[in-house]
Design a protein around this ligand. Structure first.
Ligand code: ADP
Length: 498
């Protein structure tokens, strides 16, 4: 890899890695923020709901307070109507005497519970003095609670309630009445087990809050459908997919950009080689023409045989020059889209025979054996005669240039699979599989091996390919290094009547 290409590669990599790295970082940072936003949105929603449930349980008790104050009859009715209300307690200001409206078989030491919570009674009394009747709660055992409040006459009243019963009787219907499409509200006991729903949901609880009346119990919220974690995970996954897609696109684009730039550099290099090669190709025949014409003009050569040999060289070299100039002009026309072809019905065999007639002697002189295998039948197609001749001459030229020891060239024509073909086979140096794909590209020349010894411009096969395409034809190359190459041109066949 050349230095400038390496530099471009490093710059491209930096251009990809830095912004993408930043994007990955900021995307994941924003996911954290996203999670926090959802959490705080749900948390405030939950707080509102839990507040209303807590408020409701207090309302129930305050309602009981109002009802129980009127008469013993009311107390009896209240206890009868509310299964969760076990009994009502009246406690005197000294906290020593107390009366229970109804006591069932459950054993608990109410006196001890009252005395050991004297600080709570004190606090409730203080609230009362400030005209606020606050509720306090005392655990009697794992299932019963005493909810107390201070009266205006310094005494206290209280309700002994069954927690579980209170929850199922009062709170669950309240919870069920809350329209909750997107979440369920659950109540958890002191062990963390769900009371009002299946315990399997235990691990899915998104947020929890304590119940005011029963601080050892909790209210929880479970998001239906997707939990916050699931939502965040989903967001994370979709961000990751988008980023990965982006990464793939950026990599593909930069790969395309890189290979384009690489191609451009290669083209620049090939163009400069082309200029060198053309200059060399021009200089050689020119200096030969110069040398022999000068020698002849000085009248130093008296031998007729030598003279005609020199004239022949001058003729051959000027031929070579005009061929090269024609080749470059034709290539330039193709490049500028100015080449035109006049396709008319012709017999391919005849065109090939004419080229063979012109070249066989020349090639024989160069030590080549030129074989001709023409099809027995006429091969009619639509051809631009001059262009087909040019293609054939270019291929013959290459066969000569790239054959060193085994100087045998065969031209064949024929009909195959409803096509007519023309094949030029040599036993020269051959072309590697890898290079077979590139030889038709403009300015491309195989740069390794013996090929260096043969001069060329790298445009001959580009011209051939263009000519064949303009004939709706096809070109195939079959070659093996050190064994030779066959270039096969095929064209659509036409009927004799056409
Ligand atoms: P050039 O002027 O270099 O011959 P071409 O376009 O005609 O340009 O050919 C491109 C390259 O293909 C050549 O440089 C040569 O490496 C390879 N090539 C073409 N024809 C043959 C052949 N018959 N045998 C071996 N190599 C060939």
């Amino acid at each position: 890899m050349s230095k400038p290409i390496k530099k471009i590669l490093v710059i491209l990599l930096l251009l990809i890695v830095l912004p993408l790295g930043y994007m990955f970082y900021s995307q994941f940072a924003s996911i954290d923020e996203y999670e926090q936003n959802i959490r705080s949105a749900y948390l405030s929603q939950l707080e509102t709901i839990l507040f209303s449930i807590n408020q409701y349980s207090e309302d129930v008790l305050r309602n009981w307070i109002n009802q129980s104050e009127i008469s013993q009859e009311n107390i009896n009715r209240l206890i009868k109507e509310n299964k969760s209300l076990i009994s009502i307690v009246e406690i005197d200001s000294s906290l020593v005497d107390f009366q229970i409206s109804k006591i069932d078989a459950d054993v608990f030491d109410l006196g001890k519970a009252i005395r050991s919570n004297s600080y709570l009674f004190q606090r409730l009394r203080n609230y009362q003095k400030n005209n606020y009747q606050k509720l306090g709660s005392i655990d009697l055992d794992s299932s019963k609670k005493l909810i107390i409040y201070a009266n205006s006459n310094d005494s206290f009243s209280g309700f002994i309630i069954d927690k579980k019963q209170f929850i199922t009787e009062k709170l669950v219907p309240k919870i069920n009445s809350i329209p909750a499409h997107k979440f369920s509200i659950v109540i958890l006991d002191f062990k963390g087990n769900i009371i009002n729903e299946g315990n399997s949901l235990k691990n899915k609880i998104d947020f929890m809050k304590n119940l005011w009346l029963f601080p050892d119990m909790k209210l929880g919220i479970i998001l239906k459908g997707e939990s916050v974690d699931e939502l965040t995970k989903e967001k994370q996954e979709s961000s990751l997919i988008i980023l990965l897609l982006l990464l793939v696109v950026v990599i593909l684009l930069s790969f395309a950009g890189y290979s384009n730039i690489k191609k451009e550099f290669e083209l620049i290099k090939m163009k400069s080689d082309f200029v060198d090669n053309v200059s060399h190709e021009l200089r050689t025949p020119l200096s030969l023409i110069n040398l022999y014409s000068e020698t002849l003009s000085m009248g130093r050569i008296n031998n007729d045989e030598k003279k005609s040999e020199y004239y022949k060289i001058i003729h051959q070299e000027s031929e070579r020059l005009s061929q090269l100039i024609n080749k470059i002009l034709n290539f330039s026309k193709i490049e500028n889209g100015k080449s035109t072809y006049n396709l008319i019905k012709k017999n391919l065999n005849e065109i090939v025979e004419q080229v063979y007639g012109l070249y066989s002697l020349q090639l024989m002189e160069k030590g080549f054996e030129l074989k001709l295998n023409l099809a027995d039948t006429n091969l009619f197609g639509h051809f631009d005669e001059a262009a087909i001749k040019e293609a054939l001459i270019n291929l013959l030229d290459n066969a000569v240039k790239y054959s060193f020891d085994n100087k045998e060239i065969t031209i064949s024509t024929g009909k195959e699979n409803k096509k007519i073909f023309l094949a030029i086979a040599d036993k020269g140096i051959g072309i590697s599989k890898q290079n077979q794909r590139k030889i038709f590209e403009k300015f491309f020349r195989v740069s390794e091996g013996d090929v260096h010894n043969a001069k060329g411009t790298g445009i001959g096969l580009t011209i051939v390919m263009h000519i064949i395409n303009e004939h709706n034809g096809n070109i195939e190359v079959e070659s093996k290094e050190s064994f030779g190459s066959t270039f096969k041109l095929s064209f659509p066949v036409i009927n004799q009547e056409e």
